[in-house]
Structures are given as C-alpha cells and as structure tokens.
Design a protein around this ligand. Sequence first.
Ligand SMILES: [Zn+2]
Length: 357
Amino acid sequence: MDPLKYRRPIFVNPPFRDPLQAALAQRLGETGARQVDRILPLLDGTNSIADIYGRLAVEGISPAVVSGVLEVLDGLGSLSDTPHGEDEAPVLGEIARYRDQVACLGEWFRVRQGPEEASQAALAAQSALGTARVVVLGLGRSGAALLEALAVAGVGYLHGLRAGGESGIEEPTAAALASRLRTLNPRVTYAEISSVEGGDFPVGEDTASAPLLVYCPDVFQEAVCRELNAVAQATGSSLLPYRETPFSIELGPLVVPGQTACYVCYELRRRAAEPKSGPEEPPPPGSPALAFAVGIPLLALEILKILTRAAFPVTRGKLWRLGHFDGSVGVHPVLKLPRCPVCGVHRRTPPRRIWEE
Ligand SMILES: [Zn+2]
C-alpha cells in the first residue's frame, strides 16, 4: 500500500472474521493471512504506514505481506484516517503531489550518489523547484504548453511575457492562462509581465535567485532573442532558446552569462558555417507548424535539470536538434567567440611602466 494513502490508519468497521480470512488467504496464502493479528493492534491511529512496515519488518514480516493485509482491509472499507492536523497536512500533500517526480529525481541523483543521499537530494531538489523563478517569453502554442508543464512539475514562480509575431492561433488571455495554471497546480504563482526591463523584471535578491529566461515563441525572431541575450548578460540570468521549424526542433544553446557562449556567439558561428543563409531569416509566411508544440516536454526536461542540478543539461553550451523526418538527433557544441560583441572579453595588455617599479 502506498505509505502516503493514510497518515495514521485506524481500524474501523470490523469485517466478519471468515470473509476477512478468506480474502486474506486468497491474496497472501494461509501463512500470510495469519499475520493480520500482528497488524491489527498497530492500526490504532498512532502509527504511520511507514512505521507499521518498519516495526513489523523487525519482527520478520515483510512489507509485501503487510501491504497486502492493509490493501485487503482497505478494500473491505475497514481503514480510516486520523483527522488531518493543520501542521502536517500541507507537507504530506506536497510530497504526495510530486511523489513520482521526486522518485525520478532520486534515480538521477543515484547515478552519482548513494541511495540515502540521493533521496534527500531529490527532496531538496523538489523544494528548490518550489522557489525557482522562470520567465517564459511567448505565450502561444509553445509558451502556454511550457507553462503548463512547469506548473505541473512544481516550479514555484512563473512569469509570462507575450513575444509578438503572428502565428495562426490566438494566445490565451492573462486571466485564462492564470486560471488554467491554478487548476493544474494551485501551489504555483503565475503573473504576466510586460517587459524584461526595468521594474517589471522579476529580479531576485541575488544572482542565485535570478530567473531563468526561456524564449519559446511560435514564431522565432532572432532580433528578439538577441535582446534577451543582452538582458541575460546584464542581469546574470541564464537564457534558454527553443525553436520549432516544420522539419525539426532546436533546443538551446543554454546561455549562462560569464560561463558559456552567448546567443550572439551562436548566431555568428551558425552564419559562418552556413554562409548561404541571409543576415536575417524572415519567418516563413503563415508560420507553418503542427497544432501542438512538438518539443515542449523536452524543453521542460532541460529546465528541470537546470533548476534542480539533478543532472547535467544537454543544452549547456550546446545546440540540441531533433529531426522530424529521419529521427536524427544532433548535439552541437557552441564555443564562445573570443571577439563576440556581446560577451567577448577584450583584454588589453596594460602599458609597461617599468620605471615605477
Ligand atoms: Zn557571445
């Protein structure tokens, strides 16, 4: 039985002995069925299910048997819960909501940590998501889907910003989007902002709490991404661009100011590699796209890795491209351009003034 199904179960509505024994025997065999007498005294509202598992395991009764007995009792309507205490309920509710995700984060951490450490790290990572801040630029097909994924994942503070550019679908209103996100996860705070500059930008108190900027418009505009790149460099926020074309999706490169190549480095390198493309590729007319955003769950996956540090993001300093037709996956490193006009370091050798020494 799920240890979180009841906080501290109580045995109620005692069933008749024979039907109970029959149900237990059918489920667990005669030996297993006999253990019910050891379990019932513990169902007095003072023990959690995890406690019951632990206490009986010491006595040599396996959790599988205990779980079977509890499930049979539950099926007969003989289990009830202690009333929720004000203090404990929210915490348990929080864990229950994200239980599978915390377990998944735990698996990620276990790649490099012991099981005990990993499960603690996973809980810490989930609570870090609860205080993280993400600004999503683009509230169309892709942006709205991304906000929904992040809300479900438990990212605590979400901000949306309209990206401009004509796409075939009508963007949801701020109120509609806020209500949809609240329905998905009432613990998440969502606010639409009108600019990433000035007082509207949700800057944290230190750079560690600077929001992650995600550019995922339905119609990708390089000029807008360059502007965001400049904002990222000025505020210390990381920037993650997402682009969908009729033939592929492209995630990244994740720009971490002061550490990775910036978006302009990427743009200049891409142009150098593909000299045929013009200085500014206009979006194709009518912005052809499927009715659903193809790569958004992968983008959400990257964001979870960035925010929790549970695993290394694929897109850090790299472009991740997935081709729709041939199924190709390419991960292309994007190196810093030494003379990048935005992030390049122009080191000047100071004039030698040996006479002062
Ligand atoms: Zn650069």
